[in-house]
Design a protein around this ligand. Structure first.
Ligand code: FAD
Length: 370
């Protein structure tokens, strides 16, 4: 390992939101960083992303938030509804400290790439697939990097090499996602939240750019990804309350994407392995029911950089990172999984009981808020 902080070098595998944030946070604390990405070009597809306050503060400190939002965000009426439109629980989502900032995933990715491009000492190499840790030995003519950050996503090859297993679990449902082509006036821009039916959910929320992001989930087997996604969603929820039909009509069919929902089957016993550390989905991929996977990756990056800055030995910093981030992220994976189980209930009696319980909780919360 090389000596002073200013001469330390890191290889980050994966240029997703986690890897790019880690590269930025490390660079800002004096590291030389090489990012390796298998895709031929940097970029992200996808739809909306909720960035919760802690992660937003980190993006603000890193100079990324300013690239995404200017001005204030309007307040919206959010909550949970039934397919006929009856509210089960309402929250007034003021644009304050407790609500997420809704951005387009591609815009966040671009903002991170832009912030990294403005820094010296960072190199991003695309079209490089890392099959395992041995591939990294020849990456830098100066010798092996002091630190390897595995941010290579849910199917992380580095995690599988270190833990000798493939831990990805299919959650039993699929998610469709879309963004309207233009801002949709009326209820679609002043409300948000989720609607829970029987084995099917729909959620929507305005993005900071005025368009509306929506998603739908349905119980489906793994690997069933073909077909006309827009038509599938319309068949599932096109008859639900407004503005759902309006949002579907405002979304070009080609803009609807679909993917199996998965998480990590078993919690990992550690995120640190000597000078190698797991970050983001590679460490703790979660189902998206709480909308916090990318936020957790952003927080990982900030904690990692802070611990490395505060410890003389890299290994000690990685142990400290593991102690801070593993329990928090594994709680998130478990909580999100539970929300998914409740949201995807398929049995009519169980759905009725769930909705009655949610309405009670909503009424109590409403009274307390008043
Ligand atoms: C439907 C859905 C909705 C979601 N909504 C939200 C939300 O609202 N808010 C939120 O916070 N999170 C959300 N998430 C979670 C979020 O998308 C992920 O947690 C986040 O993208 C993880 O980022 P990452 O950088 O760790 O991994 P990834 O985004 O998977 O990035 C990994 C990168 O590594 C590269 N790579 C992989 N293997 C290799 C290799 N062998 N060599 C080189 N490069 C490699 C990949 O090409 C990729 O660029 C959602 C997820 C889903 C599925």
């Amino acid at each position: 390992m090389s000596g002073t902080t200013s001469s330390r070098s890191a290889v980050v595998v994966g240029a997703g939101i986690g890897g790019l944030t880690a590269a930025l946070a490390l660079s800002r604390t004096g590291w030389q960083v090489t990012v390796l990405e298998r895709a031929p070009e940097l970029g992200e597809v996808g739809a909306g992303l909720s960035i919760w306050p802690r992660a937003w503060r980190i993006l603000t400190d890193l100079g990324v938030a300013d690239r995404l939002v200017d001005g204030t965000r309007p307040a919206i009426q959010a909550g949970l509804r039934r397919p006929d439109g009856r509210w089960l629980a309402k929250v007034r989502a003021d644009a304050a400290a407790h609500t997420p900032v809704m951005v387009h995933r591609a815009r966040l990715h671009e903002a991170l790439v832009g912030a990294l491009a403005a820094r010296d000492g960072v190199e991003v190499r695309t079209g490089v697939t890392v099959s395992g840790l041995a591939d990294l030995d020849g990456i830098d003519p100066g010798g092996p990097a002091d630190l390897v950050v595995a941010a290579d996503g849910i199917r992380s090859r580095i995690r599988n090499e270190l833990h000798q297993r493939e831990d990805v679990r299919h959650a039993g449902y699929t998610a469709y996602r879309g963004v309207t082509a233009q801002p949709v006036p009326g209820e679609a821009s002043s409300t948000g939240g989720e609607t829970w039916g029987t084995g099917v959910r729909f959620g929507y929320v305005p993005l900071v750019d005025g368009r509306t992001y929506w998603f739908a989930t349905a119980n489906r087997p793994a690997g069933e990804t073909g077909g006309d996604h827009h038509a599938d969603v319309t068949a599932l929820v096109g008859h639900w309350h407004e503005p759902i039909p309006q949002l579907l009509a405002a979304t070009p069919p080609s803009a609807v994407i679909r993917g199996d929902i998965c998480d990590l089957r078993l919690p990992l016993k550690r995120f640190d392995h000597g000078r190698v550390v797991l970050l983001g989905d590679a460490a703790h991929a979660t189902t998206p029911n709480l909308g916090q996977g990318a936020c957790a990756a952003i927080e990982d990056a900030a904690v990692l950089a802070a611990q490395l800055a505060g410890h003389a030995r890299i290994e000690s910093a990685l142990v400290a990172y593991d102690r801070i981030r593993r329990p928090a992220t594994q709680r998130l994976v478990r909580a999100s999984r539970l929300v998914g189980v409740l949201g995807q209930l398929q049995n009519g009696a169980a759905v009725t009981a769930r909705d009655a319980a949610l309405a009670c909780v909503g009424a109590v919360a409403g009274l307390l808020a008043r």
